[in-house]
Design a protein around this ligand. Structure first.
Ligand code: GDP
Length: 365
């Protein structure tokens, strides 16, 4: 399963946020494909469409989809040189598919800041520099090896060498590999390199309790936003401490608490949705009277692969998929009404599933 890793310097609020994640956490019994590990938190993906489909179909049960956050402890300055948990930390980051970087934007004299003062820009640069240095080391090693093959005009090696040189230049200018523009062909090579700075990054600005309702005017948050804008990264503002409290509430209680705070959606829910998109994930639905359920797939997956997410037999015996988009189904009011107006399509093996598709798979057993 794809996972988003939570990183950040010590004392920025990572554990507090991760607590909120596991508190709010999904029943792992519903999600047998998820990892059971103390450093992994399974979260349900909030999706208003699931609610609407439930009202429409009135099923016996409704199951949201879920994905994983991984808590990655222990980055400090010098990690790429093996300081602190150093290499272990970097190898954990290597295994995640996207990075959520928690940045301290709250002042609290009782909580020490590792470098003495709250300075989000410096914090971000410390972490990003460690990732850049680690990548630079891998790229240099690889250039040595591939360079020789490239000289012998090995076609693949020539492309890889080209890519490595582009990345090296970026890294040496303190830019992450994800900031480099590649062609489709080059992008495939980049993926194979498993670089840390090629992973998509999201910044999580952790503000204090009394500033969450007025986060737009928080100067630390503005600094993070400016930095993130330069690399086209998204920023989510949360107060980890409050998220811990919200995570213990449900339904109406949760809504009341949120409205008291003057926020529409919890920071955690925003973070979950942003991370989901960052991972390149999307949702399709199955909607029967027994169960209305959301399923996660990777954008670009075809119908048989998506069927395989439910059960491998569905993929093996795939015949066709009967599909109606969520919007069309809702507009029609029922599945049969959607059929009457020609909105239910039969799609074959090559169909690329779209976010919001409501699907009934037909298969041989
Ligand atoms: P980590 O080292 O990054 O995992 O940081 P922790 O989650 O352990 O947080 C460090 C300290 O900061 C703890 O005492 C938290 O209670 C506190 N903290 C975390 N988030 C907030 C916040 O939003 N506001 C305030 N005031 N304190 C926070």
């Amino acid at each position: 399963a794809l996972t988003a890793g939570i990183v950040g310097l010590p004392n920025v609020g990572k554990s507090t946020l991760f607590n909120a994640i596991t508190q709010a956490g999904a029943e792992s019994a519903n999600y047998p494909f998820c990892t059971i590990d103390p450093n992994v938190g399974i979260v349900e993906v909030p999706d208003y469409r699931l609610q609407k489909l439930t009202e429409l179909v009135q099923p016996k049960k409704t199951v949201p989809t879920a994905f994983e956050f991984t808590d990655i402890a222990g980055i400090v300055k010098g990690a790429s040189q093996g300081e602190g948990l150093g290499n272990k930390f970097l190898s954990h980051i290597r295994q995640v598919d996207a990075i959520c970087q928690v940045v301290r934007c709250f002042s609290d004299d009782n909580i020490t800041h590792v470098s003495g003062k709250v300075d989000p820009l410096d914090d971000i640069e410390v972490i990003n520099l460690e990732l850049i240095l680690a990548d630079l080391e891998s790229v240099d090693k690889r250039i040595d090896r591939v360079g020789k093959l490239a000289k012998q005009k090995d076609k693949e090696a020539v492309i890889e060498h080209e890519v490595l040189v582009m990345i090296k230049e970026a890294l040496e200018a303190d830019k992450p590999a994800r900031a480099v523009e590649f062609t489709e062909e080059q992008l495939k090579v980049v993926k194979g390199l498993h670089l840390l700075t090629a992973k998509p990054m999201l910044y999580v600005a952790n503000v204090s309790e009394d500033e969450i309702s007025d986060a737009a005017n928080n100067e630390y948050v503005q600094i993070v936003r400016e930095y993130a804008a330069k690399e086209n990264a998204e920023v989510i503002v949360i107060c980890a401490k409050i998220e811990e409290e919200i995570a213990e509430l449900e339904g109406e209680e949760k809504e009341m608490f949120l409205s008291e705070l003057g926020i529409e959606e919890s920071g955690l829910d925003q973070l979950i949705r942003a991370s989901y998109h960052l991972l390149g994930l999307a949702t399709y639905f199955t909607a029967g009277v027994q169960e209305v359920r959301a399923w996660t797939f990777r954008k670009g997956m075809k119908a048989p692969q998506c069927a395989g997410i439910i059960h491998t037999d569905f993929e093996r015996g795939f015949i066709r998929a009967e599909i109606v988009s969520y919007e069309d189904l809702l507009a029609a009011g029922s599945h049969s009404a959607a059929k009457e107006v020609g909105k239910v399509r039969l799609e074959g093996k090559e169909y690329i599933v779209q976010d919001g598709d409501v699907i009934h798979f037909r298969f041989n057993v």
